[in-house]
Design a protein around this ligand. Structure first.
Ligand code: SF4
Length: 367
């Protein structure tokens, strides 16, 4: 994990304040958490809870719910006590909804003071949140900058996002309110990277990182991995949300893959698979897909390598906890760097999975 040490050393992440969202800590060196947002109608209490449980099963740690009207705010009162995850109420335009969400007992508010109305209204919400010890995320978004900010900068840009967020932060700070999380989201990756880099140099509040309106699972996954990954690799960012036009469970999966690929979290299996080439003497793509499918339900942090031939295969397989390196119609099974079996191709995946299950239960037993 030397990469993690390099990433963390002197990073913004190691210096941020700590904010508590229910049972989850954000910032101050806490693990980078993964969030998502339900796409059900929040007024549908049962449907929303089903989706929250699906997200929790995938490892989601914080869930955000849209609160577009008073009925949705009231539904929070039915959802919150039964939710396995801390709840963030997402409020736009009407500060009374934020007050109602606080009354329902939510764990965090996300507001965009640029559209919540007057400063006095933001103040009212902040005072109520402070009384309840509930943090607020200031969510500046490139698509909803205030007219004044746009006039000041002439166009939507990273500087405008940062300026807008800092203005709102100042309102909260003036109230001696410091349980703040900030996001400065843009759909343009270089702009988002610039905005997060700039704001991390100006404040020590934890940062919620995301690329807004990034696209479908395919394009948005790539765009989010590029943008969120670039920001996290700079040592910036304390919690992430991948925004996809897809089932939110996909957002959680992509989020953890981003964190795992940077060595920031270890949840679930990390699969190393060779891309296959003319040297492969087995159908390595089919084998890798089968392994990936069967690994999906394993939560333990296990590194597995699936390699096609003797060129890079044994090296990668040795570096993983478990690995297979294939030859003509057969493969070697590695555990902790050592060959433990030579098997026909037809037995390889089952034998690998038996070892994965065993290692996962050993890890579970030792905590
Ligand atoms: S491990 Fe072998 S089969 Fe796989 S890509 Fe590398 S050289 Fe090709």
């Amino acid at each position: 994990m030397s990469g993690t040490a390099v990433l963390a050393a002197g990073s913004h992440r190691s210096r941020t304040r700590k904010v508590r969202v229910g049972k989850v800590e954000i910032g101050g060196g806490a693990p980078v958490s993964v969030q998502s947002m339900t796409i059900t109608d929040t007024r549908d209490i049962e449907g929303t809870l089903v989706q929250i449980y699906q997200l929790a099963a995938e490892g989601c740690e914080i869930v955000r719910l849209a609160v577009p009207d008073q009925a949705a705010a009231e539904a929070l009162g039915g959802i919150k006590p039964r939710s396995p995850l801390p709840i963030v109420a997402d409020i736009h335009f009407d500060h009374r909804l934020a007050l109602a969400a606080l009354e329902a007992g939510v764990d965090k508010l996300r507001i965009n003071p640029g559209n919540i109305g007057s400063r006095a209204r933001t103040r009212t919400v902040a005072e109520a949140a402070k009384r309840q010890g509930v943090p607020i995320r200031i969510g500046a978004n490139i698509g909803s900058l205030s007219k004044a900010t746009l006039r000041k900068f002439g166009q939507p840009c990273a500087e405008a996002l940062v300026d807008s967020a800092l203005e709102d932060v100042k309102v909260l700070q003036d109230l001696d309110f410091h349980d703040i999380v900030i996001s400065v989201k843009a759909s343009d990756v270089p702009m988002a990277v610039d905005a997060y880099t700039m704001i991390s140099e100006r404040v020590d509040y934890p940062l919620h990182v995301g690329i807004t309106e990034s696209g479908t699972a395919w394009t948005g996954g790539i765009k989010s991995a590029t943008g969120i990954g670039a920001i996290l690799a700079r040592g910036i960012g304390d919690t992430i949300r991948v925004s996809l036009a897809a089932d939110p469970v996909e957002e959680v999966k992509v989020g953890f893959e981003i964190l795992k690929s940077l060595g920031l979290r270890t949840r679930g299996v990390q699969l190393v698979a060779c891309p296959s080439c003319g040297r492969a003497e087995v159908d390595i793509i089919a084998i890798a897909q089968e392994v990936e499918r069967r690994l999906a339900r394993i939560d333990a942090p296990v590194k597995v390598a699936v390699m096609g031939c003797a060129v890079n295969g044994p090296g990668e397989a040795r570096m993983a906890d478990l690995g297979i390196a294939c030859g003509r119609g057969m493969g070697l099974l590695f555990k902790n760097g050592k060959i433990i079996a030579s098997l026909p191709e037809s037995r390889l995946v089952d034998a690998l999975m038996e070892q994965v299950e065993q290692l996962a239960s050993e890890k579970a037993a030792t905590g």
